[in-house]
Design a binder for this molecule. Structure first.
Ligand SMILES: C[S@@+](CC[C@H](N)C(=O)[O-])C[C@H]1O[C@@H](n2cnc3c(N)ncnc32)[C@H](O)[C@@H]1O
Length: 311
């Protein structure tokens, strides 16, 4: 028994836990960019709205808005939050981005934010989503995309391993491999209950995004995890885009004036320089400054892509 415990202790030293990644920073910059981009628009659609935070945030400055999502649970949560906040010019509906339940030229602005394209059920169907967005957007209306910057992700971590939680309380482990062309392949395993690995996971602090979505626990697997602690569940793959490829995709789908920038670099530089605690008190000001700088939509080099185009 002592031998096992010693092994576990030694083994677990190889994990690093970057729980200090600060999603709040990205969120502040995104909120600033969105407020300024959307301005006083009349009708706004949010495709893949999740729990509705963005539309609720924008509700004071827009005429009316609809948020749609494939997750019925998220729509219920969004509706409950809307009611609690007493917001009347926004509604949330269950719908699929592949088949938007709206007539031609209904909206002045269509948003598609938070890496909706990264969902496996949309893989290979991104052109279909874009043609749906184009159809429901008024002529010359504005569309906004926000998601992962592939060039950044690939450069920073071509291999990525993480734990995630499922709704039934069990844990999964994912081994993800990325290629420069934007293909990500994931092999998923269930963590076998009552193993030392399972015990270890239960003791960890998990990073939580302001929206509560990013609940993966990233780790570095320097030695392969013993097979008896994991049960293979299956493999999957997804397509991501560099900023240039995304721009091309929008153009090929008939969008005009496509402008794209990457953001989040200020946070990364500050974090890497170990200055987060020192400058932390000025976070809102720094986030605003970054948003103002990139609002002109110059190409940046940060971990997130922000794209605007006309229909
Ligand atoms: C990471 S969340 C982003 C939520 C929100 N847009 C934000 O940025 O805070 C991605 C959302 O896309 C939704 N989604 C995935 N596939 C979809 C589909 N086919 N139709 C509509 N929504 C979809 C998911 O349910 C999830 O709520």
């Amino acid at each position: 028994m002592e031998k096992v415990e010693a092994f576990v202790e030694e083994y677990l030293k190889v994990f690093s836990n970057p729980c200090d990644v600060d999603f709040t920073w990205y969120n502040m910059i995104r909120a600033e960019l969105l407020r300024k981009t959307v301005q006083q628009a009349e009708g706004v659609l949010d495709v893949g709205c999740g729990r509705g935070e963005v539309l609720l945030m924008l509700s004071k400055q827009i005429g009316w808005g609809v948020g749609v999502d494939i997750s019925e649970d998220d729509i219920v949560t969004a509706e409950n939050t809307r009611k609690k906040q007493g917001i009347k010019n926004v509604e949330f509906r269950h719908a699929n981005a592949l088949d938007l339940p709206f007539a031609l030229s209904t909206f002045d602005v269509v948003l598609c934010l938070g890496d909706v394209f990264g969902y496996f059920n949309l893989n290979e169907q991104h052109d279909r989503v874009l043609s749906e967005i184009k159809r429901v957007l008024k002529n010359d209306g504005l569309t906004v995309y926000e998601g992962m910057n592939w060039a950044w992700e690939y450069k920073v971590s071509p291999y990525w391993t993480c734990f995630s939680r499922t709704d039934d309380g069990s844990f999964c482990f994912g081994r993800n491999k990325r290629t420069a062309s934007g293909r990500e392949t994931s092999r998923t395993y269930e963590v076998v209950p009552e193993t030392p690995l399972h015990e270890w996971i239960l003791q960890q602090d998990w990073p939580v995004s302001p929206q509560g979505y990013n609940t993966t626990l990233d780790v570095v697997e320097k030695k392969p995890i013993p097979e008896r602690w994991l049960k293979f569940q299956g493999a999957n793959s997804g397509q991501y885009y560099t900023s240039h490829a995304l721009k091309r995709k929008y153009k090929n789908n008939g969008f005009r004036n496509v402008k794209v920038c990457a953001y989040g670099q200020t946070y990364d530089i500050v974090n890497k320089a170990g200055l987060l605690e020192t400058v932390g008190q000025w976070k809102p000001e720094l986030a605003k400054a970054e948003a103002e700088m990139i609002f002109k939509l110059r190409m940046g080099s940060g971990p997130w892509i922000f794209l605007v185009a006309r229909g």
